[in-house]
Design a protein around this ligand. Structure first.
Ligand SMILES: [Zn+2]
Length: 228
């Protein structure tokens, strides 16, 4: 195969959980489909897991420009076969919530503390973590205010929109209310789906501060907090 022929269903409909596809190639434990809802790791977002015809997909990666589904066990299907596929929806939906929330968190972070360079970021089903160039310690009170502002914004029910940049093919622009940035990830349609988030700071090294975003409703130890 010399060109990418996989239709990216995860962009056409990020809420698609099940789909049928045809096997385009099998190399070792890696399978390429003619269409897929499995998001391949990229832009800081973890690759999807799920099943193809009953065989576990443990990860999805871009390999030489192709969306490669990595199988746990050798498949019985062969090139040309039609297969039933399903992504681990609960996991992916959490990733969508956390990814959207992280963009909004960053907006309020920069609003309060000034724009700081993002050195890296990663989102999986457990948390989003974003590293920023910052000398010293992010003030706890500021972080709480960012958390509060983010949660208020989420509850307001803002629509998340994705559009393509006509001057830069392949670049997708994510926007929500006044916030806008390039992003190739998968996102919720409305901020209300996210619920509330919690923020935690960590210090992974000198001159770097890390902010971890988690979904609040899943931590049973949390008690309502009064914000300053
Ligand atoms: Zn993003």
């Amino acid at each position: 195969m010399t060109e990418e022929r996989t239709v990216k269903l995860y962009y056409e409909d990020p809420y698609m959980r099940e789909f049928e596809a045809k096997i385009l190639s099998i190399e070792g434990d890696e399978v390429v489909l003619d269409r897929t809802a499995f998001y391949p790791e990229g832009g800081g977002q973890a690759g999807d897991t799920g099943v193809i015809d009953g065989v576990r997909v443990t990860d999805t990666q871009i390999r030489d420009g192709f969306v490669a589904h990595i199988l746990e066990t050798p498949p019985r299907f062969k090139v040309g076969d039609s297969v039933k596929c399903g992504i681990d929806w609960e996991r992916r939906y959490r990733i969508m919530k956390l990814h959207s929330a992280a963009h909004i968190m960053e907006h309020f972070l920069w609003q309060r503390l000034g724009k700081m360079e993002r050195l890296g970021s990663h989102v999986d089903e457990k948390k989003d973590r974003a590293d920023y160039a910052y000398e010293g310690r992010l003030p706890a009170v500021e972080l709480r205010r960012v958390e509060e502002a983010t949660n208020l914004f989420l509850a307001e029910g803002h629509e998340v929109k994705i559009r393509l940049n006509p001057s830069k093919p392949g670049i997708r622009i994510w926007s929500c209310g006044p916030i806008e940035m390039p992003c190739g990830g998968t996102h919720v349609h409305n901020t209300r789906e996210i619920g509330a988030i919690r923020l935690k700071r960590r210090n992974p090294g000198r001159g770097v501060e890390r902010i971890e975003t988690t979904l609040a409703e899943e931590d049973p130890t949390l008690t309502p907090k009064t914000f300053i």
